[in-house]
Design a protein around this ligand. Structure first.
Ligand SMILES: Cc1cc2nc3c(=O)[nH]c(=O)nc-3n(C[C@H](O)[C@H](O)[C@H](O)COP(=O)(O)OP(=O)(O)OC[C@H]3O[C@@H](n4cnc5c(N)ncnc54)[C@H](O)[C@@H]3O)c2cc1C
Length: 385
């Protein structure tokens, strides 16, 4: 199916697909086994100019929108979503800067991100504040033209490997979530250290670390947007990035589907390829149908954002919830199609299944996003404008 992509979008998609197949596929299993951050691949991605996709043209980017970003994330995830999330978390860490930063901040940092010189990360979650993001405790006290940060962020993707961190902290703890602000913190700032790399079920090559701030002084010009706007910026940032998580789930599901179809055509039992068994063929048909449905929803949500719509919370949330549930089901079924071989690390489907799970959890668990969708339904009884 052709999705009415622009010439630039087709070029970006084809480039990402080629890079994933030629550079990522040969090392995917090794990256997963060694749990090593994919630096060499990130350099290839930068050399192919794919890190420029989501950066505005005036800051050395290609000026692509949410759909362009989703196409890259989908293609990378179709082969290895640990690579894809390292890429996507970089975009997430840059998003607030692009949409709420000053021209001076953008001039200083965005060309470095576009060229791949520096990676970015987004730091909201804390030990006591996951779904309940309003419970964050990290503070950023204003003092002599600086913000002094104290606290810790948990489970931060690209943590330790990124150089630029968009940190959500309380500049006025008395005001609760209305006292939060977004502050850009550079790696190597005194008082800023990292915890150990987390050992994960999936996305094992990507880095996930704790960030620790102890009297970490940051210049006040690193405030992104206005003081007290931290949660508004955070909500907008997550809304914008949720189709990207959907695209990650979509790519994982697509990769698992392709592997399952190939295997079912080759594996012979009872004298025939197992795809000739209707039970298997129908499972594959359902997998293909749900992957296509997820694709339509992810692309539609991304297009809604790119159209300049003011409110896209629901579309973005629905795309993320639907695609991630599809990814979990499709990858589980792919393992089933492979039989015992699917359970072995020699084949890619067990990795797809391990990688799929996180898409139901991060950037808002599917339960909390369903809460938000349900809240909207209560307001307008399911009717859309
Ligand atoms: C690999 C990985 C990478 C991550 N990367 C980042 C990152 O780069 N930056 C960042 O800031 N964070 C990151 N996170 C954190 C992630 O966004 C959180 O883990 C997620 O938001 C869930 O929070 P929690 O883990 O504290 O779960 P909890 O909030 O403790 O939830 C536990 C369970 O309770 C349910 N629950 C909680 N509240 C409700 C409710 N109101 N209604 C219904 N159900 C509810 C949840 O759905 C879940 O099933 C990452 C996490 C992982 C695992």
């Amino acid at each position: 199916m052709e999705y009415f992509f622009t010439e630039q979008q087709k070029m970006i998609r084809d480039l990402a697909r080629r890079l994933a197949e030629e550079k990522v596929l040969p090392v995917r299993a090794e990256l997963d086994e060694k749990e090593e951050f994919p630096w060499e691949i990130m350099k290839e991605i930068a050399a192919a100019d794919l890190l420029r996709v989501f950066v505005p043209e005036e800051y050395d980017g290609l000026g692509g929108g949410c759909l362009d970003l989703c196409l890259v994330v989908e293609e990378l995830s179709r082969v290895c979503s640990a690579v894809a999330i390292s890429y996507a978390a970089n975009a997430l860490g840059t998003s607030a800067l692009i949409h709420f930063g000053s021209d001076a901040q953008k001039k200083k940092f965005l060309p470095q991100v576009a060229s791949g010189q520096r990676l970015a990360a987004f730091a909201l979650t804390e030990a006591g504040a996951g779904s309940d993001a309003g419970a964050i405790k990290t503070t950023a006290r204003r003092e002599n033209g600086q913000f002094i940060l104290n606290g810790a962020k948990q489970f931060i993707t690209n943590g330790g490997d990124a150089e630029i961190y968009l940190v959500v902290a309380l500049t006025d703890p008395n005001k609760g979530s209305r006292g939060a602000s977004c502050i850009l913190v550079e790696k190597d700032t005194p008082g800023f250290t990292f915890g150990k790399k987390e050992k994960k079920m999936g996305l094992r090559a990507s880095s996930t670390r704790e960030l620790v701030f102890r009297n970490c002084a940051v210049p006040e010009e690193n405030l992104i947007g206005k003081e007290g706007m931290g949660f508004i910026i955070t909500l907008k940032t997550l809304d914008r990035s949720r189709p990207g998580v959907g695209a990650q789930a979509l790519g994982i599901a697509q990769g698992a589907l392709e592997a399952a179809v190939d295997y079912a055509r080759e594996r012979v039992q009872f004298g025939h390829p197992v795809i000739a068994q209707q039970a298997v063929a129908h499972m594959l048909a359902d997998m293909a149908t749900s992957v296509e449905a997820a694709r339509l929803l992810v692309y539609a949500a991304a297009r809604t954002i790119d159209s300049g719509a003011k409110d896209y919370t629901e579309e973005a949330g629905m795309a993320k919830v639907f695609a991630s549930d599809v990814a979990m089901k499709v990858t589980t079924d792919a393992v089933q199609v492979f039989g015992g071989a699917g359970y072995m690390r020699d084949y890619p489907v067990e990795k797809f299944m391990r990688d799929a799970k996180i898409t139901q959890i991060y950037e808002g668990t599917n339960q909390t996003i369903r809460n938000a969708i349900a809240l909207e339904l209560r307001k307008r009884r399911g009717r859309r404008a």
